[in-house]
Design a protein around this ligand. Structure first.
Ligand SMILES: [Zn+2]
Length: 194
């Protein structure tokens, strides 16, 4: 359990240092499988991911009840819904990384590259806009997460589910790289028009 908490702390700092989140945005969680009831550990509300530590991190049961009295990220419903739908997922990250989020605010879609789920689909999965932290946003994501590990949130950011937090963070970084590459390619192509 302590190892899991330390992984969430490490992943939070990684996302911040890699500039995939900034300010107080973004959140990270992990699930500890336990025969007496799973425990979820998630980053706290109103604290930058750069400042997350083993003391301010939140421990909850799967109903969202805080075991250690710390207050969880407002995106807790999103995390809980994903864990409910995906027994294989034990780590989730949510970021507002600039290029992927830029695409979410635009009419352009992020193309999939190899190694990103069901490659028959041309573009990354996207859910329509609902307010951050809302039950509706959590519900929309939970419907789509069955067949996807990466979902773009319209006009908001990105959520990635993985077998642990480290894997989810690396995938979020990969998607940001894809979005950046696509942006550069589209920009260069637009310069060819004369
Ligand atoms: Zn967000």
């Amino acid at each position: 359990m302590l190892e899991l908490v330390e992984n969430v702390v490490k992943t939070s700092h990684y996302l911040f240092n890699r500039k995939l989140v900034s300010g107080k945005a973004g959140n990270v969680s992990a699930r500890f499988k336990n025969p007496d009831g799973d425990v979820i550990t998630i980053t706290p509300t109103e604290i930058s991911l750069s400042q997350v530590n083993t003391k301010n991190i939140v421990l909850l049961n799967t109903d969202g009840f805080s075991i250690n009295k710390n207050i969880p990220s407002s995106e807790l419903p999103l995390h809980l819904e994903i864990y409910k739908k995906r027994p294989d997922v034990n780590g989730i990250v949510h970021t507002h990384s600039p290029y992927a989020t830029g695409f979410s605010f635009s009419t352009q879609k992020i193309k999939r590259m190899e190694g990103l789920g069901d490659t028959d689909k041309l573009y990354l999965a996207e859910v329509p806009y609902e307010p951050p932290g809302s039950k509706k946003l959590a519900f929309n994501v939970s419907k789509m997460i069955k067949n996807e590990d990466v979902i773009l949130l319209k006009n908001h950011g990105l959520v990635v589910a993985g077998k642990n937090t480290e894997q989810a963070a690396l995938m979020a970084e990969f998607v940001e790289e894809m979005a950046k590459t696509q942006f550069i390619a589209q920009f260069l192509n637009s310069m060819n028009k004369d």
